[in-house]
Write a protein that binds this ligand. Structure first.
Ligand code: FAD
Ligand code: NAD
Length: 159
């Protein structure tokens, strides 16, 4: 099995899009990620998976904190900025939740403290203990088969 086949198959799992953010000595760093999952309700835990080449990896190891910002449908540009897909550098202002950097306008902001990290293959899984949450009533951004999408509500069937 080649890498392309694996990625094509994994891309068939439609996901939301998040920006993981952390802060070291006052410098905030963000990275676009769709490898995010809810893990446990009691205690409240989530997991993110960060590639070994990502600059944010060493920063989360050092800070021991991160936030997960679940992007809204109108935040595709932020996804592209934090995936390094835009040519020009754009300044992004961060807000605060529980003292941690978050992106305003996200569908959900989830503030976490690292409770465990596991190296698996070429990624590190960070388990985050959730310390605070902020929600907004907006539609999410969707990622499917390598393309951004938006949710389309099913029309009720009328006979
Ligand atoms: P960099 O390459 O340094 O940062 C990424 C970009 O963010 C740069 O352009 C940088 O300028 C910008 N940036 C960072 N901080 C700031 C700031 N404070 N203000 C303004 N701009 C800033 N990779 C994974 O490891 N796991 C995943 O789950 C994952 N999911 C992805 C899902 C999607 C939909 C996409 C498009 C990519 C995904 N990636 C994932 C790939 C990952 O987003 C890129 O490889 C990313 O460029 C790696 O980031 P980095 O930490 O090396 O940081
Ligand atoms: P793509 O076809 O590369 O990705 C489709 C799916 O494959 C992703 O949703 C993910 O589930 C999986 N995948 C892709 N790269 C992976 C990796 N290095 N490790 C583990 N799983 C991976 O989609 P695309 O639009 O070309 O992606 C844009 C860029 O973002 C690519 O460079 C891709 O490698 C990267 N990306 C990385 C991850 C990740 O590291 N977990 C996830 C998504 C995208």
């Amino acid at each position: 099995m080649d890498d392309r086949q694996f990625r094509t198959a994994m891309g068939k799992f439609a996901t939301g899009v998040t920006v993981i953010a952390t802060e070291v000595e006052g410098d905030t760093h963000g990275m676009t990620a769709n490898a995010f999952m809810s893990v446990s309700l009691d205690p409240k835990l989530v997991v993110v998976s960060i590639g070994e080449k990502a600059k944010i990896l060493s920063k989360i190891k050092e800070s021991k904190i991160f936030t997960v910002n679940i992007l809204a449908a109108d935040q595709q540009e932020l996804s592209m900025i934090f995936a390094g897909q835009l040519k020009e550098h754009k300044e992004v202002a961060f807000g605060r939740l529980d003292g941690k950097p978050v992106l305003d306008g996200a569908v959900a902001q989830v503030a976490c403290e690292v409770s465990a990290e596991h190296v698996e293959g070429d990624h590190t899984l960070f388990i985050g203990r959730v310390t605070d949450i902020h929600l907004e009533d907006k539609e999410p951004l969707i990622f499917y088969s390598g393309k951004y999408r938006s949710l389309v509500a099913e029309q009720p069937v009328t006979i």
